[in-house]
Design a protein. Structure first.
Length: 293
């Protein structure tokens, strides 16, 4: 018993039940109006939301951190130019320590941070300071503040010095070394003995020394949200390569491949086998050389 051959020879069943050659006479129209309206509204809202993000957003926020004023490091703002200051630095080590405690009242996001050009290092013989942005009573330009390694402790009034010794700013002691980890200065939980001794001699409050200081920043840098932000930032930086290598070049090669199949159908199986094996051998040799050297 033979089955229907409509899909092979082009015979279809028309709307009246009779067989006619190659003509479908169904009354075709959009029937799900509700879903169509929801679909259009969804894309309109997506366009509005995307335009708002492109206009108001800052892609650098995905790469760099924020200072305590909410400014993005590495970018220019109305009252402060942070273009060359790309690294986020936590001023108060005790706040970083408290943020790592289970019952701590401070979170690392709320700890006082500023943007710096590089991660500061403590001095071997004296106590160095990292001071806040030069505002208010401090008559110092940003460039001079950077050239002084962010230290203007000698210009402070007695009240400001006493406040700094209580870790309330505007200057904070440079006790711990730090390294640049994904545009954030991560504390190394080994205090400088000479700097800590000078700090204690000046009557400064107790500074906590514990691996929690290191782990707190590391946990923040390696969180899922931070990793996702870095992935998105990498995509944002490499979008020309993705468009060319992931879109235009494959499209061109696929068209060439279809033309070859169209005009050289008998030879294409062997050409495919040869090219595929050549590619495998080339990749194997490449990784062998990379691993050898």
């Amino acid at each position: 018993m033979r089955g229907p051959l409509g899909a092979v020879i082009g015979r279809y069943t028309s709307s009246d039940g009779s067989d006619k050659d190659g003509i479908i006479k169904h009354n075709r129209k959009c029937r799900d109006i509700t879903f169509l309206v929801i679909f259009i509204a969804f894309w309109v809202s997506m366009i509005v939301n995307s335009s708002f993000g492109f206009k108001q957003g800052n892609p650098l926020r995905l790469t760099y951190g924020l200072d305590y004023e909410g400014n993005v490091c590495g970018s220019s703002h109305r009252h402060r130019d942070l273009t060359q200051l790309e690294l986020r630095y936590w001023l108060n080590p005790n706040q970083v320590y408290e943020s790592g405690l289970k019952d701590g009242e401070t979170t690392l996001a709320n700890a006082r941070t500023i943007c710096l050009l590089d991660c500061p290092e403590p001095s071997d013989d004296t106590l160095s300071w990292v001071c806040d942005y030069p505002d208010g009573e401090i008559r110092l330009k940003m460039d001079d503040w950077i050239d002084r390694n962010y230290d203007y402790f000698e210009f402070l009034t007695p009240e400001m010095r006493n406040s700094s010794l209580q870790l309330q700013g505007p200057c904070y002691p440079l006790i711990f070394s730090s390294v640049n980890v994904y545009w954030s200065c991560q504390y190394i939980a080994r205090a400088s003995n000479s700097s800590l001794r000078h700090w204690e001699q000046m009557g400064g409050v107790s500074i906590q020394e514990d691996m929690i200081i290191d782990k707190s920043i590391r946990r923040s840098v390696n969180s899922r949200a931070s990793v996702l932000k870095r992935y998105v930032a990498d995509v944002g930086k490499s979008w020309p390569v993705l468009i060319v290598c992931g879109g235009l070049v494959p499209l061109f090669l696929s068209i060439v491949w279809l033309l070859l199949i169209r005009h050289f159908v008998a030879a294409m199986p062997w050409i495919t086998v040869v090219l595929f094996n050549t590619l495998l051998i080339s990749v194997t040799i490449f990784y062998y050389l990379k691993g050898w050297f």
